[in-house]
Design a protein around this ligand. Structure first.
Ligand code: PRX
Length: 583
């Protein structure tokens, strides 16, 4: 195979930490033992992500170092040192303790990227709770599904978001308290009856707190992720994941003491947690958190204004920057950028080639999943980049391409992308669904659900997903979740949802809808159904397109054949339709 290669100069030895492993090292599991020793374990062999990310820096020479440089939607800037984040999160741990939160309880957050989100996250970990940040754009349905399934005891949120989901709160039997932040400074509207004010609780809380004894195997963070069937599943991670989040922060993000790091992902998705909270702060690095959404000039401005050196973003964002043109970046000084990475969807070679003159460097693709907790396959900073490849497995991780019997395939052949279990940040269960968890492991491998191939030099190339899950702008959307909302509309009899290819977002959600008797297809009804879904879900995951059909293709057992809907949409062969029941 012929590849285009972007060659790298020999790395500057002065910047390479002595502990950096050799990327050519074979899969050496002993590497994790070495890395583990770099963390500051708690007395008695306990491990807590909050201690590794915040307290150990706040208790050492870095206590006065800026941990968080926050830029709000309106351009306001606040900074927090590691010592300040320690004090705030200790106080929030006391708040939670006072409300009866115990080790293992679930504490969820539905918040914009505001400082209080990060304080609540670490405060939760410090009481030994399992924390679950939710995507702030979610409407009532996805929030209800996730809070019900997790049995969350506490929800920390903000006034506007609280109002958006008000209708589902009474259905959440296990939810004991809703804590609302920012009531005083940003939205002074009165609290709903029974809600607690974050500011009032914090003003009375003590800042003396001793972290609850959590072991490396205690649950710490959960993220809901979508599958082909059923509602999203809660992938649960342990405190041990911090070992790999820290290591990949060093090896893949190339974080150094003096870096200013910016991850554009929201903590409601796993990238925004593993790499927007845990990896940078376990490495003691200053990170910029930008509350605003996407706008090309605003993003370049963030880089210039804060002197961002390491930038972790997503292919859709890069394609949106491409669309905005090369004149916009020319108006900004982007020379602080030293290393750029992207994840979540395939990074097309054109995007890397576009980025070369704009950023004066290659964008580095890497691959992982909610379930893997941290990066597993990456283009390292020192590696030659092959545009279109996800890179090579990180040290300590063994990847393979398997056939349908889960036997290793030769180089160059497409098959199931699989990983040998046992990496530190591996998910430990799907919340209350161990059957589905076990189904992900076959013949000693974790089956990722992606198809890929590997070349003769060990570079992995993504081919596609094996299931019906839609990847829109790097966000996974389960078709069932969207279909369930659509059939809640009074006019909808049946709904089938697919991912339709899109030049910017990779895929957009498209729904096929059959109407109930008495309803006629019309543009007005289409807009109404789209609005109905957007209000309940989130603009990004609700259908962008709706097509009316008299009825949907189903199997004889009544299952909607999404595969067929997709093949018809794309004008592809329909494949095996022997189980099709057309009416
Ligand atoms: O299909 C792969 C795609 O995103 C999936 C994981 O999504 P999620 O669990 O939301 O985790 C996001 C954090 C990375 C994968 O199974 N994916 C992820 N990275 C890449 C990718 N597809 C192609 N290239 C990538 N670099």
């Amino acid at each position: 195979m012929d590849y285009q290669v972007i060659r790298k100069p020999k790395p500057d030895e002065s910047r390479v930490k002595p502990r950096l492993p050799d990327p050519g090292d074979p899969h050496d599991a002993a590497i994790w033992e070495t890395v583990q020793k770099e963390l500051d374990w708690l007395p008695g062999g306990f491990l807590n992500k909050a201690y590794e990310c915040i307290d150990r820096h706040a208790l050492g020479p870095n206590q006065g170092k800026k941990a968080l440089v926050w830029e709000g939607k309106n351009g306001e800037v606040e900074t927090y040192t590691f010592a300040e984040l320690k004090r705030e999160s200790d106080k929030f741990a006391n708040v939670l303790n006072g409300l009866g939160v115990e080790k293992g309880d679930r504490v969820f957050m539905l918040m914009e990227r505001v400082p209080e989100l990060y304080v609540a996250f670490f405060g939760g970990l410090k009481v030994g709770a399992v924390v679950g940040p939710l995507f702030s754009a979610f409407g009532p349905e996805p929030v209800k599904d996730r809070l019900l399934d997790s049995g969350a005891k506490i929800l920390v949120t903000q006034p506007g978001l609280r109002r958006r989901i008000a209708e589902v709160i009474p259905d959440l039997q296990q939810l004991r308290h809703v804590i609302v932040a920012n009531t005083a400074s940003r939205d002074p509207s009165p609290l709903a009856e029974g809600d607690l004010s974050y500011e009032a609780l914090m003003s009375e809380a003590s800042s003396e707190w001793e972290i609850v004894e959590t072991t490396m195997y205690d649950h710490s963070v959960m993220h809901y992720t979508s599958g082909t069937t059923g509602k999203p599943k809660g992938a649960v991670h342990c405190h041990h994941a911090i070992v790999q989040q820290y290591a990949t922060g060093k090896w893949v993000l190339d974080l150094h003491e003096d870096d200013i790091y910016w991850c554009t992902a929201d903590p409601g998705w796993v990238t925004g947690t593993s790499y927007g909270i845990l990896a940078p702060w376990s490495n003691g690095v200053t990170q910029v958190i930008y509350e605003g959404g996407f706008r090309a000039s605003a993003w370049y401005e963030v880089i210039e204004k804060h002197g961002v050196t390491v930038w972790y973003t997503a292919p859709t964002a890069i394609r949106m920057l491409m669309k905005a043109g090369t004149d916009v970046p020319k108006r900004h000084d982007l020379s602080s950028l030293r290393h750029i990475l992207s994840v979540g969807e395939p990074l097309n070679p054109e995007a890397i080639m576009w980025g070369l003159p704009v950023f004066q460097q290659a964008i580095h693709d890497n691959w992982w999943q909610t379930e893997t907790g941290a990066i597993l396959i990456a283009n390292y900073p020192a590696m030659d980049v092959r545009p279109g490849s996800m890179g090579k497995p990180i040290p300590g991780v063994e990847a393979a391409i398997l056939d349908d019997d889960y036997v290793r395939l030769p180089v160059g052949t497409e098959g199931h992308l699989a990983i040998r279990p046992g990496w530190p940040s591996m998910f430990r269960t799907y919340w209350r669904d161990s059957e589905r968890y076990n189904s992900r492991f076959r013949k000693g491998w974790y089956i990722t659900g992606d198809r890929a191939r590997v070349d003769q030099d060990g570079y992995y190339w993504f081919v596609g997903r094996e299931d019906d899950v839609i990847n829109t702008a790097g966000h996974l959307v389960g078709p069932f979740e969207v279909e369930s909302v659509l059939i809640g509309h009074p006019a909808v009899a049946e709904a089938g949802v697919i991912g339709k290819p899109d030049p910017i977002a990779m895929e957009v959600v498209k729904a096929f809808v059959a109407l109930k008797d008495g309803f006629e297809p019309s543009q007005k009804l289409r807009s109404e159904i789209m609005g109905f879904a957007r209000e309940r879900m989130a603009a990004g995951i609700a259908p962008r397109e709706i097509e009316f059909l008299p009825s949907l293709p189903k199997t004889r057992s009544g299952k909607i054949m999404r595969r067929l809907l997709k093949a018809r949409e794309l004008g592809l062969p329909e494949g095996d339709t022997s189980t099709l029941e057309e009416d």
